[in-house]
Every structure is written in C-alpha cells, then in structure tokens.
Ligand binder design. Structure first.
Ligand SMILES: [Fe+2]
Length: 454
C-alpha cells in the first residue's frame, strides 16, 4: 500500500513540475529582446505611409524614414501602367526632420503630392541613400457618388507584430477594395524607452496597408508622454514620433495644430479631434468651435468624427465629461453620422434614441479591458476579450457598417439609410452575428483582475 501511495505522489509531483515548466508567461510589449537592435534606420527607406490630402481626390502626402545621411530626398510619381516603363515620373522634393531614438538618429521625410487626377491609380516611390523603395500603388478618391469602402481600427497599441498583424491581414482579406484606413489612436504604447521599436512594430504589423491605402490616424493618450511626472509641473507633451511619422493635412485648430485635421474622401467628411488635448491641455472649447466650423461647411452626405477617448465610456471608472460638455453639442447639432473611438479596449455601440450619431468604441490590439455594468445596459452589442476590425461601405444613400473579429466573424452590423428630407434611419442587421463575447478569465497572466488580457 505504501509503495502505491509513493508512486501516486511522485506522479502528482512530476505532473505539477511539467505544468510549471510550460506555464504561460506574459508576452513582452515588443518582440525585440533587450540589447537587440531590430529597427535601426538605414539608407533604405522604411516606415512609408501615405495619408490623404484635405481633398483626397487631388492629392496625398507620404512620410518615410531613413538614416541621417539622407536629407531632402525625392518622391517620384507617375500614372500607373501595365508596362514596367510607366513614363517619365514627376519628382517632388521632401522636407526632412531629424529624430533621435533608442535606435539611433533617423531622418523622417515628408512629400506632399498635389494636382492629381481623381479616381486614378498612381505609382510612386521614395528615395533613400543611393536607392529607392518599391513602386507603390495608390488610387485617388473618385467622384462623390462612387462607392467607397474604408477600414476602422481601434487601439493597436501593444504587441503589434505578435497580435495586430493577423487583424490587419484579416481586414484586408475582408475588404480588398478598401481605400482608406482610420486608426482611433494609441497606435503604440510608448513612454517605456522603446518607443521607436514600437513604431517599428506598428509598421511591420501593418505590412502593405500604409502604402496601398491612405491612412488617417487619431492621436491617443499614448502618443503623448508625461513631462515632469509626479511633480507639480507634470504635463502632457506630444511624443516626438507623431509629427514626423505621418504626413497629415495640417489644417487643424491652432491650439492642437499637429493632432487635429480634416479631409474629404468622396461623399464623406472625416474630422479628427484630439481627446487628450481636449481633456488634459484645455483645448476642448477651441476644438469644439473649430469642429463646428468644419462640419458647418460640409457639402457631403456623410460625416465621421474620429477620436480616441469615448464620449460615452464602456469601461468601468472612466468618464470624459469635458468631451460631452464641449464637443458633444456640436456633434449632435451638426448631425454627425458616426463617432469612431478607441481607448477603452472593449467593444460597445451606444443605444441611441436618434439614429445618428452612432457612437462606437472598438479595439484591435492585444490589450483587453472589462465592460462596466452601465455599458451592458446602454450599449449593444458589447464585447470583451475580442480583437476586432470594422469595414464601412458607402454607396449612395446607404452606409453599411460591419465589425468583424480577428478571425473574420461578423460581430456587429447595421445600415444607415438616407431618405433625403425624411433624414437618416438605422437598420439593424442581426442575422449572421456571433454571440456576444464576455471575458471568462478571472485575471490576466500578470494577475490583474481589472483587465481581461494584456
Ligand atoms: Fe488610450
């Protein structure tokens, strides 16, 4: 009997040891091991990203990076053709800005391309040190009545190569015709001494997206850092990467010039506001007045406000009162159709009495929080523990919105239909949606019970 017990005990010990050896460890924020240089700038152009001009039918801008040997390089552009000989390209000189990071000194370049023909496929490339990028293809926006598909991503923020990559790929598979990608802020986490690695990961995770579509990002709080942290002088300062990483239209409000902007893409006016600046830097009133002006002049059928911090927060313990006080009245008055948001690392669509504005919060990246009880009452559908992307298809008087999970399954769908003088109404599409998802984990691998995954 004794030896049977001994064998049993040994067996239990061996099993426990095996489980310990294979216990899952929290994943680091980037795939770059300490002391390894993965994203140093070189003479080869990288971090190439196109963004829309104020009028996306006639122009776009491109940002890219090289090492510090390259100053004022060129961008070449030509109408794309089937022959490898696409003719004599037009050459545009870039402006260059230095940036020192943990990966060495880089030069970030920006070229603005104007005077393009609408609905035209252009081939373009950017210059490095005695070398060039591939020829990339970007189509300018068409006439306002043409159909448009765009993608909307919530926070990507953490572990971008590891876990954002698959969502971006799934989104591009689901909507290969998409022309424009909106990112609702916190593209990276930052503030940890490896900001540049994180931006390197963001571009790696997005693969061909930033050179195939035009990218419009909103700044999140993680694009800022705290200066003089834990002192009376503590204040938010915009991170050095933001202004040089994207070539944005630069038509924002004076008080938040580098982080607010707007543009027209066919029949949609997109306005990007800066929630962090509104909440922490006292610009809510100024942004509201500017937003009112930009929306008052909108000749198009549709309008989107893209912003990071939600007007109605689905996460416990968060409430952005200043946004509702100053900016919400403008959004309601100007009948904005969609308010696309991030920040709370869950999914939630606010139940509205009126069909518009539709307020959505979504998340793309690995970090997952928990819903508040209030959100469970006031929003539908909601989700925890789910990576998502959204596809928006505009076609004349109809806008179809779909939220899909990281595996491409339908999570939320509705249509907004414009009946002209009768206004817009919302049609729910519940068919084909998967069941609502909730977090089934008691705590994260780091032992945090207030989060679902990190
Ligand atoms: Fe955030």
């Amino acid at each position: 009997m004794k030896w049977v017990l001994a064998v049993l005990l040994l067996g239990i010990c061996a099993t426990t040891l095996a489980q310990d050896a294979t216990a899952r460890q929290p994943e680091p924020n980037t795939r770059v091991p300490q002391g390894v240089v993965r994203y140093a700038p070189s003479g080869f152009p990288d971090r190439i990203v196109a963004s829309p001009a104020q009028d996306a039918a006639t122009g776009f801008s491109v940002a890219w990076r090289t090492d510090a040997r390259v100053s004022a390089p060129s961008l070449e552009i030509v109408v794309a053709g089937d022959s490898p000989d696409m003719g004599e390209p037009r050459s545009i000189k870039a402006t260059s800005t230095p940036l020192k990071t943990e990966n060495g000194e880089a030069h970030h370049h920006r070229a603005d391309i104007t005077g393009l023909q609408p609905d035209t496929l252009y081939a373009w490339r950017v210059q490095g040190d005695r070398t060039w990028s591939a020829w990339h293809h970007t189509r300018t926006a068409a006439v306002v009545t043409a159909p448009l598909t765009l993608l909307y991503f919530g926070d990507t923020q953490n572990k971008n190569v590891s876990l954002t990559t698959r969502v971006v790929r799934e989104a591009m598979r689901a909507a290969p015709e998409a022309r424009l990608a909106l990112f609702a802020g916190d593209l990276v986490s930052g503030g940890d001494g490896e900001d540049d690695n994180e931006w390197g990961e963001w571009f790696e995770a997005n693969e061909v997206l930033p050179t195939s579509l035009v990218v419009a990002p909103a700044p999140g709080n993680h694009e800022y850092f705290e200066e003089f942290e834990d002192t009376p002088q503590e204040r938010r300062v915009l991170g050095a990467h933001w202004p040089v990483t994207f070539a944005l239209p630069g038509n924002g409000v004076a008080q938040a010039k580098r982080t607010t902007y707007w543009f027209d893409y066919q029949d949609v006016r997109v306005v990007v506001i800066d929630g962090t600046s509104a909440l922490d830097l006292g610009t809510a009133k100024a942004q509201a007045a500017w937003l009112d002006d930009v929306l008052a002049g909108n000749p198009h059928r549709w309008s989107i406000v893209l912003t990071h911090q939600p007007f109605f927060s689905p996460r416990e313990g968060r409430d952005n009162v200043l946004l509702r006080q100053h900016l919400l009245p403008v959004i309601r008055k100007r009948k904005v159709d969609l308010v696309l948001q991030g920040h709370d690392h869950v999914y939630g669509r606010l139940k509205n009495e009126a069909p518009t504005p539709v307020f959505v919060v979504s998340v793309t990246g690995a970090k997952q929080y928990r819903l508040s009880d209030e959100a469970r009452k006031t929003m539908r559908p909601v989700a925890e523990d789910t990576q998502l992307f959204q596809v928006l298809r505009f076609d004349g008087p109809r806008l179809r919105y779909e939220a899909r999970t990281a595996t491409g399954r339908l999570y939320d769908a509705f249509e907004l239909v414009d009946s002209g003088t009768a206004g817009k109404h919302l049609v729910e599409h519940a068919e084909g949606r998967i069941e609502e998802r909730t977090c089934r984990r008691a705590e994260t691998l780091k032992g945090r019970a207030d989060r679902c995954w990190e």
